[in-house]
Design a protein around this ligand. Structure first.
Ligand SMILES: [Zn+2]
Length: 280
């Protein structure tokens, strides 16, 4: 008995500091996400960021570094950084699944881009019995980002424009939610040159920011949705001057085909290669 207890403590102490996502979390995620196997989730090798959702689920991320230059003698060019976020809204299941598949594509063929993937920003909404758009506090995370107009406009917009739609509550204050705080801290510390935020189900492409927008990614065509107080596009693209591509997949429940996901990935890489100016 005592020997078993000592062995358990020794095993616990031997765990590395930044361990990968436990298989049990991949089991939960893959059972919920369309066209994502537990093996694909485990292959994504997610790492806990250290931040957690309202209910304490780890907010996972995965970095895929840029390809190293073949010719070490040439002056290294600054590498663009792209942050890809899925599952901001927990009921947009396909958006999380797509990000998992893109992790596999990025890892299989590294580009001259440094990637950070956050496949499920709102795990509480995603994993509850009936997935919800909002987080466990009933907040629409995509209305909780600290845009300069938040204090005057976010609540007003919710009352006047949504008629107090409970799925679009911006929260009591900007950044009241740990999931939104985690993303803003990631942006502040990691300083991405582009944020790609994946949603569903409007089947289009939206863009906020200073550079020329992509006209199409896969089958999705640029069609701007407008500006919302507290949204990530408004915060990043308009306030921080950091381009935000918002991908709206055509279905929340069905993940695109492998061919479509690859076509979107290729188009994103091509556009990023042409349009991301890096000054670091
Ligand atoms: Zn959404």
């Amino acid at each position: 008995m005592r020997r078993a207890a000592v062995a358990a403590i020794t095993a616990a102490c031997a765990l590395p500091a930044a361990q990968a996502a436990p298989d049990s979390d991949c089991s939960l995620l893959s059972r919920r996400l369309p066209r994502l196997t537990a093996a694909s989730c485990e292959a994504a090798a997610l790492i806990p960021s250290g931040a957690h959702s309202v209910k304490g689920f780890p907010l996972y991320q995965r970095d895929v570094p840029a390809r190293t230059a073949a010719d070490a003698a040439t002056e290294p060019k600054p590498t663009p950084r792209i942050l890809v976020v899925g599952g901001v809204h927990g009921d947009e299941l396909s958006s999380s699944a797509l990000v998992f598949h893109w992790i596999g594509m990025a890892a299989a063929s590294p580009a001259e881009i440094a990637w950070r993937f956050v496949p499920a920003l709102n795990p509480d909404g995603l994993l509850q019995a009936r997935p919800s758009r909002t987080n466990a506090n009933g907040v629409d995370l995509n209305r909780n980002f600290p845009t300069p107009d938040w204090a005057t406009e976010a609540q007003k917009w919710w009352v006047d424009r949504t008629r107090k739609d409970p799925n679009r509550w911006p929260g009591k204050a900007a950044l009241s939610e740990p999931e939104a705080r985690f993303l803003v801290e990631t942006i502040d510390r990691w300083k991405p040159d582009l944020v790609v935020s994946v949603h569903a189900p409007y089947g289009l492409l939206d863009f906020d920011g200073p550079s020329a927008p992509p006209r199409r990614i896969g089958r999705l065509i640029l069609d701007r949705l407008g500006v919302f107080p507290g949204s990530l596009g408004s915060y990043g693209g308009l306030h921080k001057g950091m381009p935000v591509v918002t991908i709206e997949l055509p279905s929340a429940a069905y993940t695109p085909t492998d061919a479509e996901m690859r076509s979107m990935w290729t188009d994103l890489l091509r556009w990023a290669g042409q349009h991301l100016a890096v000054e670091r």
